[in-house]
Design a protein around this ligand. Structure first.
Ligand SMILES: CC(C)(COP(=O)(O)OP(=O)(O)OC[C@H]1O[C@@H](n2cnc3c(N)ncnc32)[C@H](O)[C@@H]1OP(=O)(O)O)[C@@H](O)C(=O)NCCC(=O)NCCS
Length: 151
């Protein structure tokens, strides 16, 4: 398994991965391109030789009340590669990247229905806040907001 930053050459593969993982919420090509180009965002990919991308994580840095906040914008692993520790490694690498960029706090949104992801993030030290975002997802589902402070 290899883990490294994605670049523009990965655009179509990442678009396909997003479609496979999130049938109703997939990011479009234009947004993914912006995320790959923008200096305030990055995508880390997990690949098997020679090139197949089986998972990725997207991080963004946003200014909130004059401090920079890291946000996990997307995380997905293809079905057949789940439960092998790939997402755990991607989150660790994202946290390292955020730390290098001086980020002290990470925020993410997760569907109220997605108990697997909620458990996954809790295990990695993310705490559930009381914030609920009504109708956050395209299908009308609410999102819960989780946070983690980096050391
Ligand atoms: C959530 C997701 C990213 C986890 O990826 P993964 O590579 O399977 O996760 P890991 O193998 O690193 O799992 C680490 C831990 O998370 C928990 N976990 C992961 N998948 C689980 C499942 N299906 N059921 C219960 N617990 C699970 C377990 O505690 C697991 O540790 P263990 O294997 O020692 O039991 C993956 O299921 C996924 O892509 N889901 C669809 C997209 C999604 O929901 N993304 C998050 C949106 S916010």
């Amino acid at each position: 398994m290899n883990y490294c930053k994605a670049n523009l050459l990965d655009l179509l593969a990442i678009e396909q991965l997003e479609k496979d993982c999130f049938p109703t919420e997939a990011f479009n090509r234009r947004l993914i391109k912006n995320l790959l180009i923008n200096t305030k965002s990055f995508i880390i990919k997990a690949t098997t030789p020679p090139w197949k991308i089986m998972g990725n994580i997207i991080g963004i840095i946003k200014k909130e009340n004059s401090t920079s906040l890291g946000r996990i914008f997307s995380l997905c692993i293809l079905d057949e590669y789940r439960k092998k520790g790939i997402a755990t490694r991607l989150v660790q690498l994202l946290e390292e990247e955020f730390s290098l960029r001086g980020i002290k706090k990470i925020r993410l949104e997760v569907s109220t229905h997605n108990t697997i992801a909620q458990q996954f993030y809790k295990r990695l030290g993310y705490s559930m806040s009381t914030i609920v975002l009504p109708g956050f997802y395209n299908d009308g589902t609410d999102a819960l907001v989780m946070f983690k402070n980096l050391p």
